[in-house]
Design a protein around this ligand. Structure first.
Ligand SMILES: Nc1ncnc2c1ncn2[C@@H]1O[C@H](COP(=O)(O)OP(=O)(O)OP(=O)(O)O)[C@@H](O)[C@H]1O
Length: 480
């Protein structure tokens, strides 16, 4: 409800305004002196202030700056008995909304007030949203920036979100960040790990149970769905939810009501749903292992996190730097440097376990490096160094028997090793093309020693295309 203040020493006028504004269903307050009006504003925010120019304790025009910066930052409508062009100019220069010369009609008052309120509401809607707190998420590359846009959209709405991505890409971290930046931040962030709860326990864990509902139910237990009331329910590994529970859960999503095991009454819970999975739910739904109707209701916003190997060199560097800093701080050591050969291995390894694997490996390397100020490639686990070395020498392909002869456009054949990312499950073609494009760019930079002219000549790329690719994959050229 809009809050209107009238500052005017004319008591009859104030009464008329009170009845008019009351009929418009807005809140109303009258102050008969400037001092009274300012004192009221110091305690109560207002949306619009009708301000008389000639008041017993001063000139209303002089008070405009104080009124406009008071709480609520109200719009000001000046009231005057005289049509004074100089006064009107002064008032408009001070940012007032309108200037009404008494006597004015009810229609004029309504019109001016309605317009001021509409203007104000549009201004408020267009106000810059609060900046997001992304302090726990690291990564500035283009792939992550795209995700931040969706994260912001998710945080500023109450929509259901489905986060997909390989294991260890940060799905839970993103879910938590959405919650912490949302209107529900004061509520609980409740994690349900659908993969680790047994089918028999899942129903009572989710919905709670009544004492005596089954053997071992020694007291009433509140379920996770109720715990998330006013907060966020995060269904991790939702693809692992047993079909029997999917049915009951679908109802919870539709009705926001559920029945604890052994209870006759239903309970309500107002939670926001975020689900995550590294499985292809669409494919599962086609095979009949995931309910299609639940799938439709799982999300409005879908956020796909990129695997670490697609996130660009700078993201791997900054994730490593920040995690090493955290590890050193945690164990009371001075910050360790990363030797160039160490970074080279980190950049060459494909990280199938993504950020989680990177963090584990960094922890091992920090421990192995002991008191040394620098971490070298030698401090990394042997399997990782061997894999990177074999790939560099082209032996990995032979050892795994994954060399391939392919015919290429324009005729001829090419014998090549199957890239690492194609040896397990095939990634979508779009992702693979992006990976190859980034690889091509890195080799191009290395072979030409970062000379833009040579790179454009060798690749046949136009200047604009070339710089667009550098930007897309977050590559920078060394300054000459
Ligand atoms: N962008 C990032 N910035 C900082 N830390 C990250 C980032 N992405 C992931 N991590 C860290 O990596 C680890 C794994 O992240 P998380 O558990 O969120 O991944 P996940 O995708 O949910 O994994 P899973 O599918 O196995 O459950 C956590 O320690 C998390 O803090």
């Amino acid at each position: 409800m809009a809050r209107i203040l009238v500052i005017d020493d004319d008591v009859d006028f104030c009464d008329t305004m009170a009845s008019l504004i009351g009929r418009m269903d807005y809140g109303f307050h009258a102050a008969y002196t400037l001092r009274e009006g300012l004192a009221f504003l110091a305690e109560n925010p207002a949306d619009v202030v009708f301000l008389d120019v000639h008041l017993p304790d001063g000139n209303g025009l002089d008070a405009i700056p104080r009124i406009r910066t008071s709480s609520g930052g109200p719009e000001v409508i000046i009231l005057t008995g005289l049509g004074d062009p100089d006064g009107a100019e002064l008032a408009i220069a001070a940012g007032v909304w309108d200037y009404l010369v008494k006597p004015f009609s009810v229609k004029q008052t309504r019109l001016s007030l309605d317009r001021a309120l509409r203007y104000r509401s549009e201004k408020q809607q267009a106000r810059e949203p609060e900046p997001l707190n992304l302090s726990s998420v690291v990564g500035e590359g283009p792939a992550m920036k795209e995700c931040y846009g969706l994260l912001a959209q998710a945080a500023r709405s109450d929509s259901r979100v489905l986060i997909t991505g390989e294991t260890g890409t940060g799905k839970e971290l993103f879910a938590r960040t959405i919650h912490e930046n949302s209107n529900r931040a004061k509520g609980e962030f409740v994690v349900v790990d659908c993969a680790s709860i047994t089918e028999t326990l899942l129903e009572s864990t989710l919905f709670g149970h009544k004492k005596g509902a089954f053997t071992g139910a020694e007291s009433d237990r509140i379920g996770l769905v109720k715990l998330a009331d006013g907060g966020t329910l995060f269904l991790d590994e939702v693809g692992d939810m047993p079909l029997s529970i999917q049915k009951s859960f679908l109802r919870v999503l539709q009705e926001k009501r559920f029945r604890p095991v052994g209870e006759t009454r239903e309970l309500a819970s107002d939670f926001r749903l975020i689900a995550a999975t590294n499985r292809n739910l669409q494919e599962m739904a086609e095979r009949g292992t995931f309910r299609q109707d639940l799938l439709f209701r799982l999300w409005t916003i879908s956020l796909k996190l990129p695997p670490l190997r697609h996130r660009g060199v700078e993201d791997i560097r900054s994730l490593s730097r920040q995690h090493i800093r955290k590890l050193c701080k945690g164990s009371g050591m001075p910050m360790k440097e990363m030797a160039p050969d160490f970074v080279e291995v980190l950049l060459a390894y494909p990280w199938p376990g993504n950020v989680r694997e990177l963090f584990n490996v960094l922890e091992v390397a920090c421990i192995v490096s002991g008191e040394n100020k620098t971490i070298y490639a030698m401090d990394l686990p042997r399997e990782i160094r061997i894999q990177v070395m074999r790939a560099a020498l082209g032996e990995g392909a032979e050892a795994e028997n994954v060399a391939l002869d392919v015919s290429v456009p324009g005729g001829g054949a090419l014998s090549c090793d199957i890239p690492h990312s194609l040896r397990g499950n095939l990634p979508p073609l779009k992702d693979f093309k992006a990976e190859m494009e980034a690889l091509y760019l890195d080799i191009l930079i290395r072979k030409t020693d970062g000379s833009p002219q040579e790179m454009m000549a060798a690749s046949g790329l136009s200047k604009s295309h070339f710089y667009a690719l550098l930007k897309k994959y977050g590559r920078t050229l060394k300054p000459l």
